[in-house]
Design a protein around this ligand. Structure first.
Ligand code: SAM
Length: 672
């Protein structure tokens, strides 16, 4: 869905009434979410048995089984499916991973999910995990990972039609089983419109099934016309009949729309091995995302893990807000929500150690523009877990240290130690790390990528991901990439008594986080095009002065350190001209220039050709200062692309991150 420039706001929740303590009833649609007698038995009968689950998992011959649900509601059907998945005996060749896509236009609040869930004690442990990963009510797709059971949940917050269009954008059948669960057709016509069924059929894999509680004839006619063979079977409880069916005649692919340069040819087979170059945050998150999928990863670095731009002792989980949608804001928020849920899961599981590896202690961002704050305050009222506008007094309270500015409080933000996080991500038996490789080159040999170091071949795999910051261009003949290096210097402060009370992160023109045993890492300077590797005294003073200006109450002890030779670090952030990362397949530049040449005459011309991409080559770079936030979702995007899975981003955002965007942009501006 094209959202850029439209007003930004939270999705409105449903208007709920409760029957008894814990049975939700929709006032908007005048209907129950599920049977008020026995929602669990109803869900198992209508949707699981209706799709022949869990039995079908024994026969399914693919690594992944994909369920799609229209109407996530309270998550009951998801929890029932997850429970059955967890209890199954895995067949030797049966699916290892469950991918559950659910769409919802009126997301329930977390508290309402919890209230409804109180009726299902047997699902309580799963509900607790779901609540911990439950996303903000921001439009778009939100991925939640339940790694112990290899379950992925994609929550698409939006209207059914727009979501089906987004899911269908890549023209790939994805779904094995559909749960069609709107409110009753007479009360919720938008969920049962005949126009939806061809979209459902186009998204269905061969042999896909569906189940629904309704037996309404308009729905059965529509599904039959879209290519499903239908059966009417006994319904649940007092309902005489319900419908189930199977795709019998897959629909032809619709015509290409616009200039679909972001679509590729047929999906490649999921590779057994991938090699990644660059062991910073982007490379380490990509390695972890692929290893989670059972792929053997070799991660190579010319130096050491997290030695360059990802090497600061503390970094901040940033995001950005705006009253209008744009790819920049939408990706900043989607990636922030995903990253903070991922890191929280690491702390809850005990694999990340609070205080040493990071802390999700919240962060306060000073904002000088009072008009901006006044405009955002009402928009944020529905999103208190995302951000709140605070005045200086309240900000001083959450920080624990007096300061004088109003701004945004992000309760789920905090700081992380990028080197500790990278080491945590690499603790997986399928990841092999090779450090100290010296300058690395990539070359295509037969059907594989080979990485070469000074001593010869280092690794070989059918797929390679280049995550080497500003060096990406040189090592894979990608000099055309518009990457720039921005020098940053951080300074390490000893633990200071005046800052001992600081209990959350403060972002001003720089940042400071609560102290670790080694003190605070503060920074950072920002000097594009500066190649000086030495620590500079004037940069240290600048870091101290900026912090002193942001925290006048501690200015004196800070400035006393101006002449002290404090330790620090220089690094180069890799940035792109539009400040968005480059994450996606590498285009065949010559083919793009040839195929889309007519964009030079008119950038809006429709050219009905899919893009040509270099086989098996992907990029993950240009995360600027926001790598802690943006790399987890960018890595998940890449892994999903490499494995031809449903993507964790809307097409508009995946396009905004695609490296090929710069070729299309330059053709449209007649620059190449
Ligand atoms: N499966 C749900 C559960 O387990 O709780 C119950 C689903 S309830 C019967 C139908 C759901 O469809 C509601 O959550 C409702 O908000 C959602 N819905 C209604 N109209 C919609 C639309 N146009 N697009 C997307 N979702 C919609």
């Amino acid at each position: 869905m094209q959202r850029a420039n439209t007003p930004w706001q939270a999705l409105p929740g449903p208007s709920l009434r409760w029957r008894g303590e814990d049975t939700p009833y929709s006032d908007n649609f005048d209907d129950f979410y599920y049977s008020s007698d026995n929602g669990l038995a109803e869900g198992r009968h209508v949707f699981l048995a209706g799709n022949d689950l869990p039995e079908r998992w024994q026969r399914h011959r693919a690594d992944r089984f994909v369920v799609a649900e229209t109407g996530f509601g309270t998550g009951l059907n998801f929890l029932l499916t997850w429970q059955a998945w967890r209890a199954r005996t895995r067949a030797p060749h049966g699916p290892r991973r469950l991918h559950y896509l659910a769409l919802e236009k009126f997301p329930l609040a977390r508290a309402d999910l919890q209230r409804a869930g109180a009726a299902w004690p047997e699902l309580a442990p799963l509900l607790t995990e779901l609540l911990a990963q439950y996303p903000q009510p921001l439009p778009g797709v939100h991925r939640a990972l339940f790694t112990a059971d290899e379950v992925t949940l994609d929550l698409w917050w939006g209207d059914i039609e727009a979501v089906l269009d987004d899911l269908g954008h890549h023209r790939r059948p994805l779904v094995d089983a559909w749960y069609l669960d709107g409110f009753a057709p007479a009360r919720n016509a938008a969920m049962w419109r005949p126009e939806l069924w061809p979209k459902v059929a186009a998204l269905s894999r061969p042999q896909a099934t569906f189940a629904t509680f309704t037996a309404a004839s308009a729905v059965s006619r529509g599904l039959a016309a879209a290519g499903f063979a239908l059966r009417k079977v006994p319904g649940f409880g007092p309902k005489r009949q319900q419908m189930c069916g199977q795709l019998s005649s897959p629909p032809p692919l619709p015509a290409l729309q616009g200039t679909p340069w972001d679509l590729a040819g047929p999906a490649q087979e999921t590779p057994a091995q991938v090699l990644i170059i660059g062991a910073g945050l982007a490379g380490c998150h990509t390695a972890a995302a692929l290893a989670r999928r059972g792929i053997q990863v070799t991660l190579l670095d010319r130096g050491a893990v997290a030695a360059e731009a990802s090497g600061n002792a503390q970094g901040v989980l940033y995001t950005r807000l705006s009253h209008r949608h744009s790819p920049l804001t939408d990706f900043a928020l989607a990636s922030f929500d995903f990253a903070s849920r991922q890191y929280r899961a690491g702390f809850s599981a005990g694999t990340l150690v609070p205080g040493a590896d990071g802390e999700l202690c919240g962060s306060f961002h000073q904002v000088a523009d009072s008009e901006e704050l006044a405009r955002m305050a009402p928009l944020l009222q529905a999103l208190p877990q995302l951000a709140q506008v605070l005045d200086a007094a309240s900000a001083s309270t959450v920080l624990g240290v007096a300061q004088g500015s109003a701004g945004y409080w992000y309760p789920n933000s905090g700081w992380m130690s990028p080197p500790a996080l990278c080491r945590h991500l690499l603790r997986h038996p399928l990841i092999t790390l090779r450090e100290g490789c010296g300058p690395i080159r990539l070359q295509r040999v037969d059907d594989a990528w080979q990485a070469l170091g000074a001593e010869g071949a280092l690794a070989r795999a059918p797929v390679a991901v280049v995550a080497a910051g500003t060096q990406c261009g040189e090592l894979a003949s990608l000099e055309w990439l518009p990457l720039r290096a921005v020098r940053g210097q951080t300074t390490q402060l000893p633990p200071l008594p005046a800052l001992a009370a600081l209990r959350s992160v403060l972002c001003h023109s720089g940042y400071i986080a609560p102290a670790t045993a080694e003190g605070h890492c503060i920074g950072a300077t920002f000097t594009p095009g500066d190649t000086d590797p030495e620590l500079r005294c004037r940069d240290r003073v600048q870091n101290l002065e900026q912090l002193a200006a942001a925290l006048p109450a501690v200015a004196a002890p800070l400035m006393d350190l101006a002449d002290t030779d404090l330790p620090g670090k220089t690094g180069w952030r890799c940035a792109s001209p539009d400040y968005l990362p480059l994450a996606g397949p590498v285009p065949d530049r010559d083919a793009f220039v040839r195929d889309y040449a007519r964009l030079r005459d008119n950038a809006r011309t429709d050219i009905a050709r899919v893009g040509s991409y270099v086989p098996g080559l992907y990029l993950n770079t240009a995360h600027g200062s926001r790598g802690l936030t943006s790399t987890p979702l960018a890595a998940e995007l890449l892994a999903s692309q490499i494995c031809a899975e449903p993507l964790p981003l809307e097409p508009e955002l995946a396009r905004a991150l695609a490296p090929a965007r710069f070729i299309i942009r330059d053709l449209g501006r007649n620059r190449i």
